[in-house]
Write a new protein. Structure first.
Length: 348
């Protein structure tokens, strides 16, 4: 009898998809087969196959952890829990997560902090900037919690082995005595106020899903801050098709590939960043470069799109195109899209 292939391992998760038309969530078991990196799903309620075993190159085991959201066939699935005890025992250590909280005085080191965490082999999951009230800061608790009400702070979900010691080393915060589950719910599953300024002197930059797939988001945040931009709000989002289409609606009368832009934006998680400052619109566009990376490499080789972009659709980042649209785009993302996500998770 042939020995079993050691890579023939299947991990199981409990996943949820919010059905927009029905207006309620549907739950599934998701199986990921390590031997060939394929995925299958079963409908829990109807007890039938929802997705036959298929390969999705954009989804790997690194993307599957409790709290993550994956996208396939235009559906966004949120991983709620492990699906069986085998998966729990195998992944509970390697997929351990904690919340690293950057206080207002540490906002300027956001990009550097994310890079240091990534360099230690840890994954940056959800990220969200908030402006806590004194009561909310007290509810979070801990040493120096009063400072949290003095300005915007950023919660970062840090995933991987030894994440507790890494947060202590990189951020300077001891989270060993905190409940990671409670902190994750406090920051990411409750309607905390966004830190978005939404003033005339703001502009929007969105780090696109393919950059997160490549693990380049920390580098891009660091570049934005290194170039002198002040980040007033940042959050990881999962645009559904409706939100992505509404966000890019003005491009449908301008470019023939607008629908591809919608598909790209909803293909996975992205990170939206509100930056502020004098003449911020023109400065941000200058940093991002021409929308076509080929043109950017020819004319502005030191720009983000020239260095990271692949083509006119997967061009690393979106930035506010028209002067004066910054507050509108930021309001749409940090208000409309954020509230929609909270509705789907049952916060409202």
């Amino acid at each position: 009898m042939a020995a079993q292939d050691p890579n023939d391992i299947t991990y199981c998760f409990l996943a949820e998809w919010y059905d927009e038309q029905a207006g309620f969530p549907r739950q599934y078991t998701l199986m990921y087969h390590m031997i060939d990196n394929t995925m299958a799903m079963n409908d829990l309620k109807n007890k039938r196959v929802f997705l036959k075993r298929s390969k999705f190159p954009s989804i790997t085991m690194q993307d599957l952890f409790v709290g993550s959201t994956i996208t396939f066939h235009a559906r966004q699935m949120t991983i709620l829990d492990y699906g069986n005890e085998f998966t729990r025992k195998q992944l509970a250590q390697t997929k351990t997560s904690v919340v690293a909280l950057l206080k207002p005085s540490q906002m300027g080191q956001l990009g550097t902090t994310m890079c240091k965490l990534s360099q230690q082999g840890l994954k940056v999951g959800r990220i969200k900037s908030v402006r806590l009230t004194p009561a909310q800061a007290a509810q979070y608790g801990g040493p120096g919690s009063a400072e949290l009400a003095s300005g915007p702070s950023v919660a970062i979900e840090v995933i991987g082995p030894n994440c507790v010691s890494a947060v202590a080393e990189v951020v300077g915060t001891d989270v060993s005595g905190r409940s990671a589950e409670q902190d994750l719910k406090f920051f990411f599953e409750s309607p905390l106020p966004s830190s978005a300024a939404l003033t005339p002197d703001v502009s929007l930059c969105i780090i696109k899903p393919h950059m997160l797939l490549e693990g380049a988001e920390s580098e891009l945040v660091s570049i934005i801050q290194r170039e002198g931009f002040t980040i007033s709000a940042i959050q990881r989002f999962n645009f559904d098709r409706q939100a992505a289409k509404e966000f890019f609606h003005i491009y449908f009368d301008v470019v023939p590939y607008a629908n591809n832009m919608v598909v790209d934006l909803q293909s996975g998680p992205c990170i939206a960043i509100e930056v502020k400052g004098e003449n911020v619109h023109n400065k941000l566009r200058g940093l991002c470069g021409p929308s076509d990376p080929e043109i950017a490499r020819y004319l502005r080789s030191n720009t983000i799109r020239a260095q990271y972009g692949k083509n006119v659709v997967t061009n690393a980042v979106h930035c506010t195109d028209l002067e004066g649209d910054g507050p509108l785009e930021c309001a749409f993302v940090f208000n409309t899209v954020q509230n929609s996500e909270l509705v789907k998770t049952g916060c409202y």
